[in-house]
Ligand binder design. Structure first.
Ligand code: C2O
Ligand code: CU
Length: 451
């Protein structure tokens, strides 16, 4: 925006943080140094969509001298550093090296568009708001063999809404917001850290990797020239087959990868916009932003284009064909508390020392998520990818008939999901990705155990 630059908390000096791009199967170490003021407290980094050992998964941790009391979470006193996960945190002035194996079931993991962000207990919303988020791309041989647009025609786009004061500095919107009214909708929508940017493109096909890191707000994306978006990927990489979409609803934490052909728009401007949805239920948590997000300025020159979207992309893994439709575990979201309201899962807030489900390593389990509140939530599960079997007993739409890890759950909705636990035992979390909800109790933990 015109005027003074915005001071932010960053990974490596920029917002978004550096986009890290790695080949699947290649063990990658990233060292984070905590150079923010001590008052920020401990940090923790989660690679969202990654499949990592529990000590490198960005555990939220518990109470510490710098964060002595949790307003929302019922954390027992006197837990050891190990019980609360404090031994895994990144301390002010300290450093921690995270090790990412980029494998799944012992083999290179599927290529996917992921992202990394802070995940500290009670402070995730604040820390991400101030800038602690970046993108991460995993490539693999299978994707490289497909004729999809690549190089400069493969563009990651991080959407984030933020509010600024008259001097372009971030506001502090976190005071006095209590569940169920703790969703923050900010005034300006940024794409890759810029308000209403434009990007020059050739009159050819592009792959856009779109990620929503907003605290609460969804976007219902469409193109101003009415061109279709051919969706090829979701949170967990390529779908089994492409799906032609005129609009795409994207909640916090979700990703959509699309191929867009700018050939018909040579010499024109095409806006990526977000607009309202027609004929859909619109409870709190599902009101999309209305307005333009960015503009593509298309070259007037017509160029040959050898890329295309194959009719078949990545087949579903074989295990998805042999799953039970009977849930082994149920996660029920509600709201409670007499004196001060909190979000709850199975009647409880988050406690880092407690795990509520204990799937065995190597098992395929079916879980259900039930929303008993009047607000939609965006449930995200760490550690593995999930195959959505049903929403309220009905099979999912084509764009959800694939692997994912972040899901809208509407009021009174019941999701049935199947996942497989591989490679690592240990504790992982499940939570709402509306960041204030996550900080206000809507988080629980499961532990993958030895068979
Ligand atoms: Cu992107 Cu547990 O979060
Ligand atoms: Cu929520």
């Amino acid at each position: 925006m015109p005027g003074a630059p915005t001071r932010m908390w960053t990974y490596g000096g920029s917002f978004p943080g550096p986009t890290i791009r790695r080949p699947a199967g290649q063990r990658t170490e990233v060292t984070f140094r905590h150079e923010l003021p001590r008052s920020v407290g401990e940090l923790t980094v989660h690679l969202h969509g990654g499949h990592n050992r529990t000590q490198f998964d960005g555990q939220p941790g518990g109470l510490t001298p710098a964060h002595a009391r949790s307003f929302y979470c019922d954390i027992p006193r006197g837990l050891s550093a190990r019980q609360s996960g404090n031994d895994l945190l990144l301390n002010p002035g300290g450093r921690k090296t995270y090790v990412y194996d980029l494998i799944e079931d012992g083999r290179p993991e599927r290529a996917a568009f992921q992202w990394y962000h802070d995940h500290r207990l009670d402070h995730t919303a604040r820390n991400v708001w101030h800038g602690l988020a970046g993108m991460w791309i995993v490539d693999d041989d299978f994707e490289r063999s497909l004729p999809l647009p690549r190089g400069e025609r493969d563009i990651p786009l991080m959407i984030a809404d933020r509010s600024f004061d008259r001097r372009n500095q971030l506001t502090d919107p976190f005071t006095n917001l209590r569940p169920p009214n703790d969703g923050i909708n900010a005034h300006n929508v940024l794409v890759n850290g810029t308000y209403m940017p434009h990007h020059r493109v050739t009159a050819q096909r592009y792959r856009l990797r779109i990620l929503n890191v907003s605290q609460f707000r969804p976007y219902n994306l469409y193109l101003s020239n009415g061109a279709p978006m051919i969706q090829i990927g979701t949170d967990s990489g390529l779908m089994p087959k492409p799906v032609r979409r005129s609009e795409i609803m994207l909640g916090p934490g979700e990703r959509a990868e699309v191929v867009v052909d700018f050939a018909a728009a040579a010499g024109e401007g095409v806006e990526l916009r977000s607009g309202s949805r027609h004929g859909a239920r619109n409870p709190l948590g599902t009101h999309p932003y209305i307005g333009a997000l960015m503009q593509f300025r298309v070259d007037s020159q017509h160029l040959p284009d050898r890329t295309r979207v194959p009719r078949k992309l990545r087949p579903l893994p074989a295990w998805t064909k042999h799953v039970s439709h009977k849930p082994k575990h149920s996660w029920e979201i509600s709201i409670g508390g007499a004196f001060q309201t909190t979000w709850l899962i199975n009647g409880r807030t988050f406690n880092p020392a407690r795990a509520d489900a204990h799937p065995k390593l190597g098992a395929i389990e079916t879980w259900e998520i039930v929303n008993r509140t009047k607000v939609a939530h965006m449930m995200h599960i760490h550690a593995t990818d999930w195959y959505l079997l049903a929403r309220n007993g009905k099979p999912p739409p084509p764009w959800e008939d694939c692997l994912k890890e972040t899901f809208f759950v509407y009021p009174r909705e019941r999701l049935l999901l199947a996942g497989r636990f591989t490679d690592y035992t240990g504790k992982f979390i499940i939570h709402c990705h509306m960041l204030d909800h996550e900080d206000h109790g809507l988080m629980a933990q499961f532990e993958v155990v030895k068979p």
